[in-house]
Ligand binder design. Sequence first.
Ligand SMILES: [Zn+2]
Length: 86
Amino acid sequence: MDDETEELQIVCPLCSEEHSYRLAVDRSYVLYHMTSAMMDSKPTYKRFKRIFTCPAKNEHFQAVVRLEESFGTIINDVKVVPDDIA
Ligand SMILES: [Zn+2]
C-alpha cells in the first residue's frame, strides 16, 4: 500500500491567491469480483476536510478536498504534504 501524491490547486480564502499543495493519497485497490456489482454506478467522490497553510500569510485555513474513487479503488486517507519537505 503505497501513498500516491497528487497536486492540488486551492484558491486561498486568506489572500485570494492560488496555491498548489501536494496530497499524499492512501488508496486501496479492491479485487474486481468484489466490486463488479458497482460497474454501472457513477464515480463516487469522497470529501476530506484538511488544514492547509497559506505560504503568503503563514496562516492556516480549512478546505474540503474532493477526490474521485475510481472503479476498484478505495481512498482511505489524504494527508497534506508540507511544502518544506521537498
Ligand atoms: Zn494564501
